[in-house]
Every structure is written in C-alpha cells, then in structure tokens.
Write a protein that binds this ligand. Sequence first.
Ligand code: ADP
Ligand code: MG
Length: 678
Amino acid sequence: MLLETPIESLPATSPVTLHRFKTLGINTYFDLLNYFPFRHEDYSLITPISRIQEGEVVTVKGVIIQSKNEITRRGFRLQKITIQDESGRLTLTWINQPYLIHVLKEGMTVFVAGEVVRFAGKISIQPDQWEVAKEETIHTNRIVPVYSEIRGLSSKTIREKVFHVVSHLKNTDEPHDHMPGEVVKFNNILSLHQAYIGVHFPESKTHLIASRKRLGFDELLSLHLYSQMTRREWQQKKATHHFLLDNKKKLLIEKFINSLPFELTDDQKTSIDEIKLDLLKTHPMNRFLQGDVGSGKTVVAAIAAYLSYLNGFQTLIMAPTEILATQHYQTIQKLFKSLPLKIAIQTGSHKSMKKGGVYDIIIGTQALLTSSLTFDKVGLVVIDEQHRFGVAQRSLLKEKGKEPHLLTMTATPIPRTLALTLYGDLDLSTITQMPLGRLPIKTFLVPLAKRMAAYTWIEKKVREEKVQVFIICPLIEESESETLQTVKAAKKEYEHLKNEVFKNLKVSLLHGKLKPREKELVMKEFSDGKTDILVSTSVVEVGIDIPNASIMIIEGAERFGLAQLHQLRGRIGRGTVQSYCYLFSEIQDESKLKRLHFFAGTNNGVKLAEYDLGQRGSGNIFGTKQHGYLKLKIASLSDIELMRQAKSAAKYILEKYPHLFSLSTMQKQIEEVRIANN
Ligand code: ADP
Ligand code: MG
C-alpha cells in the first residue's frame, strides 16, 4: 500500500527533516497527504515579461542570460540574475544568497513567480518562488500549495515531499473510497483519490474547489454521523433513577423560585421547563444549556439539582477549575441556605466530604472522576463549561452514577446552526436574555497614546468608588492558553504595574502555573476586596463572579479570538454599577483592528460568534483560516450548504449502511475537533 509507506522512503530527505515531520505527527505518506496547505498561490499563467505590472503577482518564464554576484557599498551581497523571453528582459535580485549563482546558471530556462515591485527605480519581480524548467514543475507554473511553516520545515520542503507522494498517487487508486457511490453522485462530490490530489496540486481552480469540498464534506459528515449515532445510542438507554414531579414537588420548587432574590428571566423559565420535561423521561437527559456569560445558568442548574434532591437523588456539579468549583460551592450554598440540602465540595485541595457522610449536592473538578468516591444515588450530573471535558471523562463520570441525567452548560456563544452540527447529539436550551437591570458594558479600543490617561482614570475610579480591576495579559502562543511564556509576560507586566503604574494600589497576580492553593488565595483576596487590581493570564476566562470588579483591561487584545474576548469581558458587568472594558493593542493596522471595533460595538455573544464565522469563512478558498470553535482541518463552518448536505447524507448512510462507520473509531477524531474549542 503506497499510503502506508513510511516517510523514510522519501527521496533525498535528511534525517533532520524526517525528524521534524515526525514531531508534527507525520510518519507515513498518508499523514503527509493529510497535511493540507492553508492556501494556494495561482502561478499557473505565464505572463510575458513586457506585460508585468507593478502590484500584480505573476509567473514569468525566461532564459538566464546573465548571473552574477554584486557587492553593495554597505557590504551586502546581491545576486543579480537577468532573464529574457520573447517579449523582453528582466533582472531579478536576491540578497545574501551567493549559492544561487551556482544554481541558476546562464543558459538555463527558469520560472520565477512573485509580486511585481519597483526595485531601485526599475520594475522587477520579488522572486518568491523560482524553479528551473523541467517537464513538470512543482513550485511555479501552476496553482501552488502553500503550507504552514512550522518546526523548521519550510513550505517549499513540505511541497516537494507532498509532490513526490501525489505523483505516485496518480498511478494508484488509493486511498480507498468508503463513500457509497450514490452518495458521491447525489452530492456531486469528487472521488477521494481526485480530492487528495487536487487539494495539494490541483489542475485548476475548479479542481481545487471540488477537492476541498469533498474533503470538507467528509469532515462534516463524520461530525454528523457521530452526533446522530450518539443520539440514537443515548435514546436507547434507560435512566437509572426515575424522577417524579407530583404536586407537592411542584409547589416546593415554586416556593424555592419565589424565595430567590430576583425574578427569573423568561429564557431561564423556558430552560427550566425543558429540563423538567427531560428529567421525567425514562431515558437519561442529555441537554446542552447555552447562555451568555452572566445570563444566570447556575440557578437553572440549581433548580434541576433541587428536583433531583426532592426525588431522593444526588447531584454532581463539575467545573473545569478549582476556582470555579469553589465559586459554585459558595453560590449553591447561598441559594439553598434555608433548605436542608447537604452540600459538599471535593477538589484536589479543598475537601469537605466526610467519610460516611451523605450529601445531596457534590461540587468538584475532574478530580471527582478519578477519586475512589462512589456515588450510588447520582440522578443528575451538571457539567459547567462543557468544552473542557472530553468524551472519555464524560463516560468515566457516567460510570459513577450508572446512567444519570446530564446537563452540560457553556457560555461560549455558538450560532445555532453550528451548535446543531457540533453538538447534534444533545438537546439544546438557550438563554439569550440578560437579567433585568444589568447595564451593558462599555467597551473601548484604546490607542497607544491614551494608555497613560486610561491608567490615571482607572486609578481615580478605584480610589473614589472602590471598584476593582482585572488586567488581562496577552497570550504569547496562539495555540495554547497557558504557556510558560505567557506566564513570564504576565509576571513582568505585574511587576511593572505594581511598581510603576499603580504604586499606591494593591495589585496581585494570577496565572495558571500557580499552585491551586495559591490561586485560590489570590482569588479569595480579590473577591473579598482586599486587592484592587488583579493582573491575570486568561485563566479568569470562565465563570468567575465578582460583582465589584467593574473594569477590565485586555492587553494585546488582537491576539485573542472574539469568543475568548467575550468570555473575558463577561467577568465584569455583573454588578449594578457601570462596567468598562478597555482593549489595549499595539497594532496600528486598521484592517486588523476592525474586528476589535466590532467587538467594542456589541455585547451580544451570538452576534460576535456570527461575525467571527462570517469573517473567517468569507468564501475565500485561497485563504481559508482555522476556526476558533473547533479545529476543522478543511471544512468551513460558514458553508451552510455543505453542512446541510453532510447532515442529510449522514442520515441516509445510517439508514442504508448502518455499519459503514463505527462510533468508536470516530470518537477520538471528533473529540480532537471539539477539544480545540478552547
Ligand atoms: P452564568 O450564566 O455566566 O453562569 P451566573 O449563573 O453566574 O451566570 O449568574 C450571574 C449572576 O446573575 C449571579 O450573580 C446570579 O445570582 C445573577 N442572576 C441570575 N439570574 C438572575 C436573574 N434572573 N435576575 C437577576 N440576577 C440574576
Ligand atoms: Mg457560570
């Protein structure tokens, strides 16, 4: 099998290069083929030299008539290579690459591709790509794939290696296409074989588009197959514990709701009704409660927990971090303070469960899963910020209580169509309204020149009104939320703010590398009002509720995705006073700031998510970028039509070919996609 060939078989490939591929998880030809280019450059048309125009990206073909090194007065070594075609001649210039003179010799025919620029007054090409003419070119004279350059691998190297595989692929019928013929026909998609060729080295733009469509179709199809299979499986389950809602219980719940210090919003009421109906069914609930930060999901969960209690069952509530678990513990205790529920917290560093004790609500982190605790009467499991938990963890959790009802909550706003694709195995409840009386947060993009003025204003606010401030430090590495470098930057910023900017205020520091106890202490001091300013990495992202914190600065705002910015901003605006969010950015480029301007203009999470989606999937297939919610390799989530096709194909396949795909093999793949969520 060609595609199982280890990359060691690639011709003229150094051990260093092989090693680099391996660190990317690329071990075989097949892996290499699945490393998709992130865009293509169209070098397929040859432009006569006399016709090139400044600003265009072109490919020219010519014979080298002169090739020489030149040394400038400043000591730079320039390589000047003059080429000629029937229409004219052109001199190309490289800097400090003297070896080129030995590669590009007089008399050779070459292709050169790049942008037409003016160099020392003369029109020329910025030689992005060049290649000596042979029968089939790789880097020029075609639509050329451009790969992400990582771990010391250049796009050019990757392109050469992939080209080798694709050339062989053309003589085989690999990879095997598992898609039923009628599905291929009906959806008008390419064969897998043609798609793998075309996604790298397409014959034409049409071929490229069709190739991306096929591979994107497969990707979305597995999402839908997974959802639909999981949903079917779920519906065949029997809930271990049966819930009842008689009049007495109804009254007690009403009484509890009336005892709350606020009136529930309509959306909260609807969600509660949906949950109640689910809990009365014989198969376990699998509901997803989506609601913007601060929309009041906790109390909805609490009411579900109360119903569980009234039926004599326990409820587990799991949060992604200790800080959040602690906060839930406090909130839940407060909500039930006049009722006899026994509530416990169980995290790595905070254990209130006593041996032999019987509890109605147990709050914790993932530690609950691996602990030796047995919960024999768990009727309901609530998972906050669902995207941080994986399927494996979820099933571990289920084992603890056999088949309890499951309520997962998230504040990550997701457009509805997307939610149905991503979480099609779950039922969806959405809270879009904010509790009454909340003042919308005012958000400003602060130009560099106004930074000091902002600091001064904030200091005044803190002194006069005793409000508190979050200062969020930028992410250093895009792919991870808490890297060492980010922590280092946060420490530096903290020192600077503490010793220079806010000398007279109490400043503290929070980051993910602190020990849980330290973190908790820092958070507690801040929430008790003992510190004025909390400098933090994005660990404060989810769930923290400190109503007195009404100002937030986000440094390096351009580095965060809109969804994440929105999450961060949700930490403020929780009290009754006006809240302010300041976005600091060193970037001047207005086009990059557009996104931030939009963000400053709305507090609506779903609108932001939709904007994000529209921006990223602007139909520009020559530059498809990754999406923030999930790491789809190729499909664009804004391609509603393809999503619709994949969805109905999934339904058809499950009916006609129920054993074509197995749930277990898809699980890992889907999990990877979903986990990329944060
Ligand atoms: P989230 O949905 O982000 O988890 P929380 O459940 O933490 O939001 O609620 C945020 C705050 O709003 C809490 O202080 C909570 O007591 C309060 N709250 C919840 N529902 C209402 C409501 N209907 N009216 C007023 N305040 C509410
Ligand atoms: Mg919450």
